[in-house]
Structure formats: structure tokens, C-alpha cells
Design a protein around this ligand. Structure first.
Ligand code: MG
Ligand code: ZN
Length: 369
């Protein structure tokens, strides 16, 4: 009798193993990563779409949500260079550092890691493409202000696709060299006019799109759909690589609106960034093999959605019927930052952790740990 039960158990275990082996081939393919960073996007910025949007907030499409702490190695309140480097490399560093640790030694970032595995990589932003956040994913310099050097490092990097502002950092440089003329030697086709239709880019070619000399214009000054369109173009280009791809897209100017304490600017940048998130999620839902992670590098402005100040209703109670966006500071803040994840590995992003853990979670996923 005992022998029979043991045999039965063994048979069940064997069957169970065979069953799990059968689903293996699907998960053997690398999981693409689309990493979306709203610079300065705290929880109140995330909340704006719930009150000021004309359609349901895109954040409602996420079910795996966590919180991250953003402090740098040197300061409780981080800057975008140290936090960008923490997210990109998994190491806390000093405020102002791009891709280097506290001893100013270069550290490998997630884009370099996956490029070494044969993946394609891209960065998209509405700041100059050599600005701190995108730079953290391809450059290694002691100070974020070294944008001419950062631009040169971009063309020498493994990045296959970039789009953003900052053409002047390539062809109006202090050293008066024209990097756009050298870009072809580095394997890039550079377009300074705008974005082409998705599907028209060659899979074995690198591309850079630099439609503006400085930053891209704010939404309230007519940027239009540059950021969602550049995101869609990047995904369509990078996803031609069957090995996998990594794409970082930054909603750069949410931060600038926070510094300016300008709520109209902030809401318009958030609604634009929501379109980017929607484009990434639409792709990931169809693809079923793409992780989408949305977070910020830190909060900016101490932004919150207060009630209209001083207003009372007929009965003398505070009138909470209308929202008045308010700011507590013109600087960054140290508040915890939400992390939203969708796709394979998304469950790993639940909980409360350091910004550096986001790199480690992504690296573990791509390395199959
Ligand atoms: Mg930034
Ligand atoms: Zn800032």
C-alpha cells in the first residue's frame, strides 16, 4: 500500500515537472523593458489626470505598484543626475554625477548591460538629449553640466535610437567641432527636421532625431505629440531586434513646471506623459513579453492638490468642492515616489525600496535570475 502511494506521488511529481517544462520555451525569450521616467513626478502629479484629464487616468491600467526612496549618496534631497544614475546603474552617487560613483569611477548602466547581450537600446526626452536623466543611460562624466562631452559620448555609445532636444550640443559647441558631420562614421543617421512615420526605419541602422537647437518646447507652447510619437517610433524601430530592446523615455519638463510652480504647465506635461505611458502599455499588452516600469527620479515643487483657499460653503464649512494646485517649494523634495509596473516581472516592483533597487530588479529580470 505504502509503496503504491509513493509510486503515485512520484508519478504526480513527474507529471507536474513535465507540465512546467512545457511552458518554458515561451519565457526563454528575453523580456523587453520600456522604462518611463517622469522627472519630478510625485504622487500629486500622478493624480492630476484623475481631476484634470478628459479620459480615465492611464495609471489605472497598473496593478503592480510600489514606492521608492530617492535620496542620493550625499544628500537627502537628490538632484536628477544622482537619481538618474541610481536608476540606470543601481549605485547611489553624489548630486551632479552622471554614470559615475562617489569615487568618480564609471559604472555600467542597464542600457550598456543589455547592449552587451545583443539588445537594441534607445533614449527619448523633451529636454536636451544630453540632459542629466537621459545622459545617465549612456554617459559617464563627473558633472551633469558637461553637456558637450555628454553629447560626444552619446554618438560613441551603444545607443541605437535617440530623440529629443539639444542639437546645439552637437553642432554649436565650445570646441567648434560639428559632431553631426561625424555621426555617420559612428553609424548614425541624424535627422534635424522632425520624426518620420513608424515602420520606415531600417533595423540595422542607428538613428538620432534632433529637431530643436535647445530643449523641446513645453506643451503649453505647442510641442504637440512629439513625445508620444517619438516613443512609438522608438518602439517600432527597436522591436525589430529579436534579441530584445531597452527604451528609456523621459517626461523631462514635469520637473521644470514644478520648479516654476506653474500648475498649468505641470498638468499639460503630465497629460502628455500619460499618452507616452498609454503607447508603451498598448505595445506591451499586444507583445506580452515587455515589462513597462513608470516612475520618477524625485518629486519637484512639493506639489499638492489643495482645496480652494479660504472658501466656505453656505453652512460655513470649508468648501472642498474645487481643487487649487499648490506648491511648497521651488526645489526638489524627498517624498517617496510611486513605481508602476506592467508585464513579465512586474510583481517584483511591489513594496518599498531604494531607487537603486529598480536597476537591480531590471538586471535580475534580463539576466534570468
Ligand atoms: Mg530630467
Ligand atoms: Zn529639477
Amino acid at each position: 500500500m505504502m509503496k503504491n502511494i509513493l509510486f503515485l506521488l512520484l508519478a504526480i511529481i513527474t507529471l507536474a515537472c513535465t507540465a512546467s517544462e512545457k511552458v518554458q520555451p515561451e519565457s526563454e525569450k528575453s523580456t523587453n523593458i520600456i522604462f518611463l521616467i517622469g522627472d519630478g513626478m510625485g504622487l500629486s502629479a500622478v493624480s492630476t489626470g484623475f481631476y484634470f484629464g478628459d479620459q480615465p487616468s492611464v495609471f489605472k491600467r497598473f496593478y503592480e505598484i510600489g514606492l521608492q526612496q530617492t535620496s542620493s549618496a550625499t544628500h537627502k534631497v537628490t538632484d536628477s543626475a544622482a537619481s538618474g544614475t541610481a536608476l540606470a546603474t543601481g549605485k547611489k552617487t553624489y548630486n551632479g554625477a552622471i554614470g559615475v560613483d562617489t569615487t568618480k569611477t564609471s559604472i555600467q548602466n542597464i542600457a550598456e548591460l543589455v547592449a552587451s547581450m545583443g539588445w537594441s537600446t534607445g533614449v527619448v526626452a523633451t529636454s536636451t538629449i544630453s540632459h542629466a536623466t537621459p545622459a545617465s543611460f549612456y554617459a559617464h562624466v563627473e558633472l551633469r553640466s558637461m553637456e558637450d562631452e555628454i553629447a560626444a559620448q552619446l554618438l560613441a555609445s551603444e545607443i541605437d535610437f535617440f530623440a529629443g532636444g539639444g542639437r546645439d550640443k552637437f553642432n554649436m559647441r565650445k570646441d567648434s567641432s560639428d559632431l553631426l558631420l561625424l555621426a555617420a562614421d559612428k553609424g548614425f543617421i541624424i535627422d534635424t527636421t522632425g520624426l518620420p512615420t513608424p515602420g520606415t526605419l531600417s533595423g540595422d541602422q542607428k538613428y538620432g532625431f534632433l529637431p530643436e537647437p535647445g530643449s523641446m518646447p513645453p506643451m503649453i507652447h505647442g510641442r504637440g505629440d512629439f513625445l508620444p510619437e517619438a516613443t512609438t517610433l522608438a518602439i517600432s524601430h527597436l522591436s525589430q531586434n529579436q534579441e530584445g530592446f531597452f527604451l528609456m523615455v523621459e517626461g523631462s519638463q514635469i520637473d521644470w513646471a514644478g520648479h516654476a510652480n506653474d500648475s498649468e504647465y505641470l498638468v499639460s506635461e503630465m497629460l502628455d506623459f500619460e499618452k507616452v505611458i498609454a503607447a508603451a502599455l498598448d505595445f506591451a499588452e499586444k507583445d506580452e513579453n515587455t515589462l513597462v516600469v513608470v516612475t520618477a527620479d524625485h518629486e519637484t515643487g512639493g506639489f499638492t492638490l489643495g482645496p480652494k483657499t479660504g472658501a466656505t460653503d453656505e453652512s460655513g464649512y470649508s468648501d472642498y468642492s474645487a481643487i487649487e494646485p499648490v506648491f511648497a517649494t521651488g526645489s526638489h523634495s524627498a517624498t517617496l515616489i510611486p513605481v508602476f509596473a506592467f508585464g513579465p516581472g512586474a510583481g517584483e516592483f511591489k513594496g518599498i525600496y531604494q531607487n537603486t533597487d529598480i536597476f537591480h530588479k531590471m538586471a535580475a529580470l534580463v539576466q534570468g535570475e
